[in-house]
Design a protein around this ligand. Structure first.
Ligand code: NAD
Length: 486
């Protein structure tokens, strides 16, 4: 069993302030695979003090952006050969099928480092505007300070790098809290941060649970919070940040809809929903788990979806043939099963799956992929984020009705439309209230495209130029040209 006795505080491996540990347990075998030291309040204080020194006194925020870009590129180069190992580590700690981990869990983070370095190269860090009152105004992008980055377990490294890379490029210092289920990838990434030779104090990684997260959010030394996780925790963080007037980016839950228009090919929709609704064992914020189908063709769509779900290969996530692995924890397994029961109770028609363990899964936190048909958008399975492999097919009358149902949700994160007519698809895409959307494809998380939600799916954007901007404060300096010329 792996043992991590030290914490990565301010770029150095140091002993934790207290003797507290957490166990990382394999979702497949239910056996512990690692023991990891947990950060205590004194470690939070040390990490923030180091970050403050790096930000307030160190060179990093004042470097030419090109030097920060070079450091992030170095990190990408160091990471490149470690992708395979990282994919295996993430699969072991949280149960993503290795076929998914290889790209989405382990390669995308490297692409993010590359993409953000390119975005920072093209970023207008300074701009002189011809002032209204005669004097020029220099508008500067400046780093927003010390960032607390709080990450969930479902896409742990992608989300960590999606916060760390733009924050570092902007000139910030960052204290990262990985989820207690998935500290191993973060600790492994810390080794690369150390090798990359970033200045002292700039990066800390503090494993732990809600207590560590709360200590970071409430700490007076933190200037900005970047949180990805559940809407319930997001609301608490927003309230705490409101009280102290800290800015926060909140990437929260979703309950997105895949809309099959009446001219769509059922087989293509089923293949699309396999990714859009069931990737990562259904544990994706962007999961499109409401499948809206035209009432007049509902039978064809349900049959195609049922065939797709029945054929999914369930099993050991380390096996390259596996398409659906275990859920991250027993708690999550119980939760998903109780949603399946609520679907049955509230009258949706169970077509495939159910809350019983799938055959061959005597141990491990497995839930068989489940398809409900004839669901109503008012049912619990259509309203709440399940975070497991459960799809609800909801019939609609016409395009307006489909859009009404898609928008009748507390959330607004993602979605897709499937149609033979691109223009009709675009018209639907423009009317669905969400931060991202795909036409004849599940929404693909492109590093250049800003990502985030509306309504209860969050506040702010990550990725793309907007993702970098969220760590940049703008300052206007008037008279700058006059001073230079004097
Ligand atoms: P969670 O909200 O329980 O935890 C997320 C992180 O916050 C963890 O690191 C956790 O330890 C920490 N945390 C918990 N309570 C806290 C508190 N009071 N103060 C500060 N930190 C606290 O979520 P989860 O179960 O780890 O992740 C699943 C959720 O994440 C889902 O709702 C999913 O939709 C969401 N998610 C959203 C996005 C997005 O970009 N919108 C991406 C991935 C996951």
């Amino acid at each position: 069993m792996e043992e991590h006795k030290r914490l990565f505080v301010g770029g150095r491996w140091t002993a934790p302030g207290r003797d507290e540990h957490l166990a990382v347990v394999s979702p497949h075998s239910e056996q512990p695979i690692a023991r990891v030291a947990v950060a205590g309040p004194e470690d939070v204080d040390r990490a923030i003090a180091a970050a403050r020194r790096a930000f307030d006194e160190g060179p990093w925020p004042r470097l030419d952006p090109a030097e920060r870009i070079a450091a992030v590129r170095r990190l990408a180069e160091l990471y490149r050969p470690r992708r395979r190992e990282m994919a295996q580590l993430i699969t072991a700690e949280m149960g993503s099928p290795i076929s998914f981990s290889k790209f989405s869990q382990a390669t995308l983070p490297m692409m993010l480092l590359d993409a953000f370095a390119a975005i920072a190269s093209a970023f207008p860090w300074e701009e002189t505007r011809s002032g209204f009152f005669g004097s020029d105004v220099l508008v500067r992008g400046e780093p927003c300070g010390v960032v607390a980055a709080i990450v969930p377990w479902n896409l742990p490294l992608f989300l960590l790098v999606g916060k760390l890379a733009p924050a570092l490029l902007a000139g910030c210092a960052v204290v990262i809290k990985p989820a207690p289920e998935t500290p191993l990838d973060a600790l492994s990434f810390a080794e690369l941060v150390e090798e990359a030779g970033l200045p002292d104090g700039l990066v800390s990684i503090l494993p732990g649970g809600a207590k560590v997260g709360e200590a970071l959010v409430n700490h007076s030394g933190v200037d900005r919070v970047s949180f990805t996780g559940s809407t319930a925790v997001g609301r608490r963080i927003a309230a705490a940040c409101g009280a102290s007037l800290k800015k926060a980016t909140l990437e929260l839950g979703g309950k997105s809809a895949a809309i099959a228009l009446d001219d769509a090919d059922p087989a293509a929709v089923a293949e699309g929903v396999k990714v859009a609704g069931l990737m990562n064992n259904g544990q994706a914020c962007v999961a499109q788990t409401r499948v809206l189908v035209p009432a007049a063709r509902r039978g064809e769509f349900v049959d195609a979806l049922a065939s797709m779900v029945k054929e999914l290969v369930i099993g050991d996530p380390a096996d390259p043939a596996t398409e659906i692995g275990p859920l991250v924890s027993r708690r999550q397994q119980d939760r998903v099963r109780s949603y399946i029961e609520s679907g049955r109770r509230e009258g949706a028609r169970l077509v495939v799956g159910g809350s019983e363990p799938p055959s061959g899964a005597e141990r491990g936190w497995y839930v068989g992929p489940t398809l409900f048909a004839d669901a109503d958008n008012r049912m619990t399975i259509a309203r709440e984020e399940i975070f497991g492999p459960v799809l609800a097919v909801i019939p609609y009358r016409d395009d307006d009705d489909a859009i009404r149902i898609a928008n009748d949700s507390d959330y607004g994160l993602s979605g897709s439309v499937w149609t033979a007519d691109g223009e009709r698809g675009l018209a639907v895409a423009q009317r669905v209230r969400s931060g991202s959307f795909g036409i004849n494809q599940p929404y693909s998380m492109d590093p250049v495209a800003p990502f985030g939600g509306v309504k209860a799916s969050g506040i702010g954007r990550e990725l793309g130029r907007e993702g970098l901007e969220s760590y940049v404060d703008t300052k206007s300096i008037s008279g700058a040209r006059v001073a230079t010329n004097a």
